[in-house]
Design a protein around this ligand. Structure first.
Ligand SMILES: [Zn+2]
Length: 446
């Protein structure tokens, strides 16, 4: 590895390209991929013809706005149609070396194919993120993500390519994982934010102080929003005595498409691979940088299955202003999943807003469960929390305090706040927690 370990950039030229130059490259790749998709993927041929658009219509980046959207449903409806890879695929099966699939938590799992070149560029991007958060060849890294079908699994190769000693942890039971952390003294780990918190707590309960007995300096988190919620991130940092960095991935694209830098103010997105748009949730109208809407991605260099104007279902905003780290690629800020958002008294509420409030209040454990339900044909939410064993306040006092804090931050009061004793909530599942229960009758949701 000939890279200078003191250089903060994995690929300095690419990461610090003036935006004008970056956008020029994006336009070249956009023209090429739209043409490639049109000529090789049956779905795009049909949908572009129906929308009366042609690859030659792309003369500027904004011209992408003339093209039709696709979404998860498009993927589901076209996979397996005509060929094993389906109508969105643009290469024959013999060119594909890897497929990942989505978890299927919101329907039939969708499959994402990669050519050898797609896969190598994916791993180079992952190396870039690892380097960005300070991983170097002398680090020992534990990849504690699921390896089965999941697009985040192969990211460990990005760490190996960087030169770090990599331990393929997968979804080891906590006891085994703690044994690995104690015995091999790794310096970097990647897991989900809820699991990072629970693992730290488990360590303490089994007599291991993560700050003194372990050597973890950096924790990468993804899969849930916690890493971008300041109070949650700081709680995990305090528990471990480590820096926490949020990564954002999509099963349809890369294990991580975007990652925090040392500024921890949004996540830099690989704009050399992804053209980002933000659109109005309901009208599809394109929004300006800084305006909150649904993130729409166009993959610029993935040939196995190009995604042209893919509606991600994630709500957020893009910031193209210069970052203090010197990188010129824009930063995304994610508010939450469109599917998890609910509307109470005309206010859009994301579970992450509630989490941010809960994690800042002292005297409660930080665990929570949100119930969304209907009463008198109106959407309501209630929150269940846990009171610390040594908190002298009554349940009623705690309930009122939390209710007022939620009203203050979000703008709408919860219907009720239920207080449980420490450990009374069953939310501490391993690796990924379920903290929202939607009890609304589906036929009332438009
Ligand atoms: Zn930065």
């Amino acid at each position: 590895m000939s890279r200078d370990v003191n250089n903060k950039y994995w690929d300095e030229e690419l990461e610090t390209l003036p935006r004008e130059e970056l956008e020029k490259r994006q336009l070249e790749d956009l023209k090429e991929i739209v043409k490639f998709a049109y000529e090789n993927a049956p779905y795009y041929k049909r949908s572009f013809d129906e929308a009366d658009v042609k690859p030659e219509d792309i003369q500027t980046l904004e011209d992408i706005q003339k093209f039709p959207f696709i979404d998860k449903k498009t993927q589901r409806d076209t996979q397996g149609v005509g060929s094993f890879l389906g109508e969105l695929a643009a290469v024959p099966e013999e060119d594909v070396v890897f497929i990942s699939t989505s978890s299927g938590s919101t329907g039939v799992p969708t499959m994402s194919p990669f050519t050898k070149k797609d896969f190598d560029e994916f791993q180079d991007t992952e190396s870039r993120w690892f380097w960005q958060v300070g991983m170097r060849p002398n680090d020992r890294y534990v990849h504690a993500l699921n390896f089965s079908l999941y697009v985040g699994g192969p990211d460990v190769i990005g760490a190996q390519n960087l030169g770090a000693l990599s331990i393929w942890g997968g979804t080891l039971p906590s006891e085994r994982l703690l044994f690995v952390l104690k015995t091999y003294q790794p310096t970097v780990i990647w897991t989900s934010p809820s699991y990072a918190w629970q693992l730290g707590e488990k360590a303490l309960k089994s007599g291991i102080d993560p700050k003194k007995d372990l050597n973890i300096k950096k924790i990468i988190v993804a899969g849930e929003l916690g890493g971008s919620i300041d109070a949650t991130r700081k709680s995990i940092e305090d528990l471990w005595g480590a820096e926490v960095y949020d990564f954002y991935g999509l099963s349809d694209i890369f294990g991580a498409c975007a990652a925090m830098c040392e500024a921890k103010d949004g996540l830099h997105i690989a704009e050399n691979h992804i053209l980002v748009e933000t659109v109005d949730l309901h009208t599809g109208e394109v929004l300006k940088p800084g305006e909150v809407g649904e993130l729409v991605f166009t993959t610029l260099r993935k040939h196995a299955r190009p995604l042209i104007r893919f509606r991600t279902g994630d709500i957020g905003w893009i910031d193209n202003t210069p970052c203090s780290c010197g990188r010129t690629h824009g930063r995304i800020h994610i508010n939450g999943r469109k599917d998890d958002m609910f509307i109470v008294s005309a206010v859009n509420v994301f579970p992450s807003d509630i989490e941010a409030v809960i994690r800042e209040i002292s005297g409660i454990t930080g665990e929570y469960l949100i119930r969304v339900f209907e009463k008198d044909f109106t959407c309501k939410y209630s929150v269940e929390i846990e009171k610390n064993a040594d908190n002298p306040a009554s349940d009623k006092e705690v309930s009122e305090l939390v209710s007022a804090a939620l009203k203050g931050r979000i703008g709408v009061k919860p219907y009720k706040v239920v207080v449980h004793p420490d450990g009374g909530l069953d939310t501490r599942s391993e690796h990924k927690s379920k903290r929202i229960i939607d009890e609304r009758k589906l036929d009332y949701i438009i």
